[in-house]
Design a protein around this ligand. Structure first.
Ligand code: MN
Length: 424
């Protein structure tokens, strides 16, 4: 079997494990013989044409729903409210309850089910705003040790609020979009002047992000105990980072060109409803947080995260295993903090967690941590070494949850690195 056949079977098996009868995530994609994207769901290795399913009477009767299913982004669908999306999931579940997602005959039986290799996935939402948090204690500690050796790894504010910065929405791309190695200013070790060069320290950040489901009005904070109602669902998120550019530019205002050349999201939004069975308690927060950030109950998720590095002409190699449960700050706290000053949010906004590193070796969510700043390179199965990404490398994230007989996943969040432009 050649490598592309193997890759196809690997991706198909992941879809069949992830897009179960419990899941029914939402995305957008272009169907064969069409030019514009439309709303889709997924079951096994099939994309479900929701507009066609609606016309066949399978999704009930709702004029507002009918109007939005043919649109190229999910924003208007999401704005109808979480209950509309959950009704669609229920209807799909009932219609397909006797089917096996691995059945190769499904698209013959149901003309609104299209094998995924015939569908080009596109961005699920038009993203009005994107914010990136820094909510993993382990990641913040690891980076603090590297960037400020000898000092306290955590800055004094870190345990009191979810630290974040405003990212760039325009360069968020869907899984499968190549990422070109960016150029920028870097300050080489010991040099007196910066140089202009393609980044040599191209990295990943393993993140989990939520998609906002309701607008708010400027001036109106979202209270922490209502924040959950504003979250439509979740995606995997790769915040590609150029560490040498980042290191030279980040003081005093934070990340800029080291981050905004591209961020990749998984194409399928898994709804908050589908993720209910996987809720779990987060880490104990010490010292106690201010009242506007206090939450109760299980507001983290138990979702295993895998990072694969696929070198050119090689099979994907597993290089990290983490879990969303390690996030110190939960999504409700992130949203409450983000809006406590009155900042408004919009349907389709993306709020990413920050790199999720586990509290053990082999669970770090970035290469700079995995390879300890490049001093401890990773050995790939073919014997080659990696400190940071090389041209032609592909990174795949996977997220998967299982409890009792219920399981689901996010599909892959992938991107390949292209060689830099020819600049001077
Ligand atoms: Mn990040």
């Amino acid at each position: 079997m050649d490598i592309s056949e193997k890759r196809f079977l690997w991706q198909k098996a992941i879809c069949e494990a992830d897009f179960t009868l419990h899941n029914f995530p939402f995305g957008c994609g272009v169907l064969p013989n069409e030019t514009a994207p439309r709303a889709l769901s997924a079951f096994g290795y099939y994309a479900l044409d929701l507009e066609q399913a609606y016309r066949l009477g399978l999704l009930g009767q709702d004029e507002k729903l009918e109007k939005v299913l043919g649109q190229p982004y999910l924003n208007n669908f999401i704005a109808l409210g979480r209950s509309v999306a959950e009704n669609v999931r229920d209807a799909l579940q009932q219609n397909l309850s006797l089917e096996n997602p691995s059945d190769p005959e499904l698209s013959r039986k149901y003309p609104w089910m299209i094998p995924m290799d015939q569908v080009r996935m596109t961005l699920p939402v038009r993203v009005p705003n994107y914010t990136d948090f820094y909510s993993s204690l382990e990641h913040a500690t690891n980076l603090g040790r590297m960037f400020r050796p000898g000092g306290e790894p955590l800055l004094p504010n870190w345990r009191h609020m979810p630290i974040g910065y405003h990212g760039r929405a325009s360069s968020i791309v869907v899984s499968g979009t190549p990422i070109r190695r960016p150029w920028g200013q870097v300050m080489p070790e010991g040099a007196e002047k910066p140089v202009f060069s393609p980044t040599r320290l191209l990295d990943i950040e393993l993140e989990f992000a939520f998609v906002v489901g309701q607008d708010t009005i400027l001036g109106n904070p979202v209270p922490v105990d209502e924040a959950w109602d504003y979250i439509f669902g979740f995606v995997l998120f790769n915040d590609w980072s150029a560490r040498d550019i980042q290191k030279w530019e980040y003081q005093p205002l934070g990340p800029f060109l080291g981050k905004n050349f591209g961020s990749t999201i998984s194409p399928w939004i898994v709804t908050a409803g589908a993720l209910e069975p996987f809720r779990t308690e987060g880490p104990t927060q010490e010292p106690e947080v201010l009242p506007y950030l206090r939450t109760q109950g299980p507001l983290n998720y138990d979702i295993e995260l895998n990072v694969y590095l696929e070198a050119p002409n090689a099979e994907p190699a597993l290089i990290s295993v983490s879990n969303t449960r390690y996030l110190y700050w939960n999504a409700a706290q992130q949203l409450a903090h983000h809006t406590v000053n009155g900042c408004n949010i919009q349907v389709g906004d993306i709020y990413a967690s920050g790199t999720i590193s586990a509290p053990y070796r082999g669970g770090e969510g970035s290469l700079i941590e995995l390879t300890q700043k490049g001093t401890a390179p990773i050995t790939l199965p073919d014997g080659s070494l990696r400190r940071f990404l090389e041209d032609g490398d592909t990174i795949h994230f996977r997220g998967y949850a299982s409890r009792g007989d219920v399981s689901l996943g996010f599909g892959l969040c992938s991107g390949q690195i292209l060689q830099p432009l020819q600049l001077r």
